[in-house]
Design a protein around this ligand. Sequence first.
Ligand code: UD1
Ligand code: MG
Length: 446
Amino acid sequence: MTKKKESREIPGLDWTSYSPSGADFTSAMAARKRGASKQPPESHSKSPEPVATSTDPHITSSKPSKILLFSLIFFLPYLYLIFYHYTIEAELKKSILINASLSFAGFFLTLIMIPVASRYVLRRNLFGYDINKRGTPQGLIKVPESLGIVVGIVFLVVAILFQYFNFTSDSNWLVEYNAALASVCFMILLGFVDDVLDIPWRVKLVLPTIAALPLLMAYAGHTTIMIPKPLVEYVGAEILDLGWIYKLYMGLLTVFCTNSINIHAGINGLEVGQTVVIAFAILIHNIMQIGVSSNHETKQAHAFSIYLVQPLLATSLALLSYNWYPSSVFVGDTYTYFSGMTMAVVGILGHYSETLLIFFFPQVINFLLSLPQLAGIIPCPRHRLPRFDPQTGLLTGTNDGTLVNVSLRLFGRRSEKSLCILLLVLQALGCCFCFFLRWILTGWYK
Ligand code: UD1
Ligand code: MG
């Protein structure tokens, strides 16, 4: 690996105040067991110069301007659709813009709060080692873990404040909106508990079922599905009421979305990057549906989705600026669970879960590839990550069943950053394919 020294400073973080002794470090390691990621990785560096020790302060940098500039590529078509392409009611447009402004403020708040929170999590020894930098000085740096907690809290603040501007006390949406927030909040709590206690993954699998309860209980929407036109003659009805099966489906969807984001991970920027790509696709889908639909209910359902996805996207972009390669912070299961749950909730309440599942195509593939290891048929190590070669800085795919490893085997060895870009491009192509599919099938399928 080309040992490119990058500035790794967290603004506002006074490292002089953090100087754990060797004894503190040992007791912290004993006190909190977090699998392989908590073990200081062995250094294979042949360099005669002394390398950083695991207790050295680390310096990190953020790239918010680059992230903002890059996201303009996506925001411009979104704004074009809202202001020019579709005629959207002034009242709805106003609500979307109020939400966008609050989300923008949430972006800056997250940007400011992440370095502050990093100091606190490090003080409580909540950190991880970057496994894909093992054998280099960067692999010895303590990277603050669970910074998803900042994103989750700012998201909740924005979403709660937004109610003041948008809903009246007799609003029908208020109950479901708050139930959705309760589910997301519950998931953030469970994710943070997982980060601190390192829960076995079999238990992790069921956590979202508990967190989905507020949503399932408050759900007052219909439990019917429209039968695809080609299947109507076989089913004998155009609309089918699934009753409790629909609620079971909603529960399973939340379990899938949360866990599928969490297991498509381990590469700098991937956890947040996939969320950002899917969230962009959801927003475009929502605005297109609002634009073309004449049904008030449908418009409201998609507007509801926008009100939660805009803050998710804004806060995630701020986190991405710290989590992009080389990561200054890790997002933790707090973030992966939170983002998965938020997207599941909007898919359910916006009534577009089929489309959501197509946006999740790479996650579905990763899940299917993971099944033998998740089911215990093949041994499942604590981390199913590629093999890193400190000499070349390249990753090689292992036999573990993940999309990360399969991509490396298919497209060849590559650096962590280029692998992350490749996976995000695949994710974006999947979303484009979904829009194409919807366009092709309109009128024929439903
Ligand atoms: C899931 C995956 C595991 C993967 C891990 C990476 C399954 C069943 N589990 O476990 O295979 O290794 O996510 O997040 O598929 N880390 C990095 N670089 C990163 C992000 C994380 O090295 O860019 C490491 C750090 O040591 C960090 C740790 O992963 O501390 C976090 O792992 P955690 O989220 O606790 O793993 P799981 O979600 O249990
Ligand atoms: Mg995780």
